[in-house]
Every structure is written in structure tokens, then in C-alpha cells.
Ligand binder design. Structure first.
Ligand code: AMP
Ligand code: ZN
Length: 134
């Protein structure tokens, strides 16, 4: 029997490979090649409702540019990342969670539970969110 952490690493490697073979779903959504519930878009990013919401409001702010994770963002992406944060604020206001509060999350790699390897910012709100996160 393999130890849990080895199983986890093997599954992670398999999952990353599988995602690569299928192509990046967020790139396909951004180019409208794949249907998606896009609630906002501009020349730099788009916003989707998460398909598996973890809170009454659960949005994903996604750059049009393919950046696999925060580890892969470079200096030239600074303005894009700043723009995405401005869009987070706008979405929070439009969804009425700016006053009550919301959380922004960027999961990076295995131990944070990243499953889609195209950078995205989760925006969660509409309920009391526990801290520390699980
Ligand atoms: P992460 O685990 O941080 O990489 O987040 C990926 C998120 O994308 C998860 O919360 C998924 O529920 C969400 N997701 C995966 N596929 C879709 C899809 N087709 N439309 C909307 N959200 C999706
Ligand atoms: Zn992509």
C-alpha cells in the first residue's frame, strides 16, 4: 500500500497531464470555443460563476492570457493582475457583497488544491467564511 502523500502526488501528476491533453478549459471559454456562463468580460479578463459554488456568491476572475499559476506570472503581468483585482472589486459591488465582506483566493499547485492550471481569482461571499481556511 502506497503512503497517502505518494498517492496524492501521483494523482496530481496524472491530473495535470490529463488537463494538458484536453486543452485549457479557461482558454477555451475565454475564446468562446466552449460554452460558459460569462457574467462580465473585457479585453483583459472574464468572470464566470463557479460551476461548483462554495458560497452563495462564487465567481472566478480569469485573465484572457494563459498563465498556468501565480508561479508563472511575470513582471509584464503586473498591470493585468492589478486590473483583475479592480474587476474583483467591481463584481463584489455588483453582487452586493462589498459591504458584508468577501474573500479572494488564488490556489497555487497541489497543497492549495489547484485543479485548473490557468490562473484565476476566486471571489467568495454571501455567507460567514471561516478562518483559518481548511
Ligand atoms: P482551483 O481548484 O482553484 O483550480 O479552482 C478551479 C475552479 O474552477 C473550481 O472551483 C471549479 O469548480 C471551477 N470550474 C471547473 N470547471 C468549470 C466550468 N466549466 N465552469 C465554471 N467553473 C468551473
Ligand atoms: Zn488557459
Amino acid at each position: 500500500m502506497l503512503p497517502f502523500f505518494i498517492k496524492k502526488a501521483l494523482f496530481y501528476t496524472y491530473w495535470k497531464g490529463r488537463m494538458k491533453l484536453l486543452g485549457c478549459i479557461f482558454c477555451r471559454m475565454a475564446s468562446h470555443e466552449m460554452p460558459a456562463k460569462i457574467i462580465y468580460e473585457d479585453d483583459q479578463c472574464l468572470v464566470l460563476q463557479d460551476i461548483n459554488p462554495q458560497a452563495p456568491v462564487h465567481l472566478l476572475v480569469i485573465p484572457r492570457k494563459h498563465i498556468s499559476s501565480l508561479n508563472d506570472a511575470c513582471e509584464e503581468d503586473a498591470a493585468l493582475l492589478g486590473h483583475m483585482l479592480m474587476v474583483v472589486g467591481r463584481m463584489a459591488r455588483e453582487h452586493g457583497i462589498d459591504g458584508s465582506g468577501y474573500r479572494t483566493v488564488i490556489n497555487t499547485n497541489a497543497e492549495a488544491g489547484q485543479t485548473v492550471f490557468h490562473l484565476h481569482i476566486h471571489v467568495l461571499g454571501g455567507r460567514l467564511l471561516g478562518w483559518p481556511p481548511g
